[in-house]
Write a protein that binds this ligand. Structure first.
Ligand code: PLP
Length: 469
């Protein structure tokens, strides 16, 4: 296994090509860097531009792989415990689009947790698939979604062609994915898992089991988030015995991915896979030790507490005890200590650790946290958003003729856009849902309170896009 995983077929082929080619009479037109903007060339150095190639002799074709890309994908499948693995150059977003297009036919329904990433909603729009929304449980202190409510998942599975799970959440909460997959399989439909934040799970026993280990049919992982590859590079896997046919998935990947996939991104996947397979356990062991040390030190600071999650490398720091909002805490960490955290909410900041961190970064975080002083009362957590009334499939509403109407005149109309306030990051309304009095009241309060609103064309939400009727 180790000997095989030491190979990097795609990266090696790129190096061979660079050494051998005398006349690259093909695109990209920067010709392996020679015609690239000089500031760019100086900044990157010659090597990155030299391997920014497209299909050339010996470099295979992502859309019909038979050579080095096929080999590199097979090595990834073995490293991650998959039946088949596919390189993605459009991030996990592209993988979720392809998986949902592969698993469902137009007009069918899919069970989707309400806290699913907006790329899942994008897939429903592209595929013409209807959501059977699944309720999610909330952490009462921090107001973040934890996992799907299993009874709601069971209901949503009735008449659904597939189901989506998020494992783990952005905050490292894995929940009972094994039980959820079991329910989905009892309904005899594929379990599609968004494992954007869990690409490192297979490589250390103290981390939660990976979705593939739990029997998922299709999984997408942002290797760029935790696995060390370049931003936008991800992996899509089919599990052993998957209910999704590889040919159909490959067809959908051809639909959603560029015909000029970046070899830099793909080579970074090849190399990151080798690194994880050979040294992942040691590297993530170090990251976990560092995370435990960070937790101990932060918990010892008055008014601060790291909320334990399933992935200890996600430091979800509850700042309520300092009478400061998470948003302000994140701003001050940046301004006063040069510490940039991954995310913040009303009650928390989220710091993400990886093998790329060391004690120096923890010292900076702890020093920045120590200086946080009270800024008065923190606004109360928002209540759970109202439950949606779905009228049209998201595709029909999103692609319909639409118009902006003032929020106060929108009652009873059908939303043509998504609005997801942060916190709690759950859509209050998605395209195709009725703008009821409750929904509009919630949205008005969110806009008045100045929460960040993801989705609407009018960011201040004075107006909202509705389907023309
Ligand atoms: C839970 C989740 N799923 C999917 C995605 C999309 O991943 P990508 O950015 O790799 O396209 C993200 C991105 O942040 C995410 O947080």
């Amino acid at each position: 296994m180790a000997e095989e995983q030491a190979r990097t077929p795609l990266f090696s082929a790129l190096r061979e090509y660079v050494a051998r080619v005398r006349a690259p009479l093909h695109v990209p037109g920067h010709k392996m860097g020679r015609a690239a903007p000089s500031a760019w060339r100086e900044f990157l150095g010659p090597n990155a531009l030299a391997i920014d190639l497209t299909e050339a002799p010996g470099l295979d074709d992502l859309h019909a792989p038979e050579g080095v890309i096929a080999e590199a994908q097979e090595l990834a499948a073995r490293a991650f415990g998959a039946w088949r693995s596919y390189f993605l150059v459009g991030g996990t977003t592209a993988g979720l689009h392809a998986l949902i297009l592969a698993a469902c036919h137009p007009g069918e329904a899919i069970a989707v947790p309400r806290n699913a990433h907006r790329s899942v909603l994008g897939a429903l729009i592209l595929a013409g698939v209807r959501p059977h929304w699944v309720r999610v449980a909330f952490d009462p202190d921090l107001g973040i979604a934890t996992g799907p409510v299993l009874t709601s998942l069971e209901e949503a599975l009735s008449g659904a062609a597939a189901a989506v799970l998020v494992h783990p959440t952005y905050y490292g909460i894995a929940g009972d994915t094994a039980a959820a997959i079991d329910l989905i399989h009892r309904a005899a439909v594929p379990a599609l898992v968004d494992e954007a934040h869990g690409a490192h799970f297979p490589f250390h026993p103290a981390l939660p089991p990976s979705a593939l280990e739990l029997g998922a049919d299709g999984v997408v992982q942002s290797l760029h988030k935790t696995g060390g590859s370049l931003t936008q590079s991800s992996l899509c896997h089919l599990g052993h015995g998957s209910r999704i046919a590889p040919e159909r998935l490959q067809e959908m990947l051809r639909l959603v991915q560029s015909t000029s996939p970046s070899y830099l991104l793909m080579a970074s996947l090849d190399l990151a896979r080798r690194e994880l397979a050979l040294g992942g356990r040691e590297a993530w062991g170090r990251a976990l030790e560092l995370a435990h040390e960070a937790k101990r030190r932060i918990d010892a600071l008055p008014g601060l507490r790291v909320r334990p999650t399933d992935d200890p490398t996600k430091l979800l720091i509850d700042v309520r005890g300092r009478s400061i909002s998470g948003f302000r805490a994140a701003e001050r960490l940046w301004e006063e200590a040069g510490v940039a955290v991954e995310a913040s909410g009303l009650t928390y900041v989220l710091a993400v650790l990886s093998p790329g961190d060391s004690r120096e970064q923890i010292d900076a975080l702890v020093a920045g946290l120590e200086r946080l002083s009270s800024e008065g009362d923190v606004p109360a957590l928002p209540p759970e958003p109202p439950w949606p009334e779905v009228v049209l499939p998201p595709r029909e509403a999103y692609l319909a003729r639409k118009k902006a109407v003032p929020l106060r005149q929108a009652r009873g109309r059908i939303a043509a856009e998504l609005v997801a306030p942060y916190p709690p990051g759950i859509p209050v309304v998605a395209p195709g849902e009725r703008l009821t009095a409750d929904v509009l009241d919630y949205l008005r309060r969110a806009a008045d309170a100045g929460w960040h609103l993801q989705g609407p064309a009018d960011p201040a939400l004075r107006s909202i896009q509705v389907v023309e009727e």
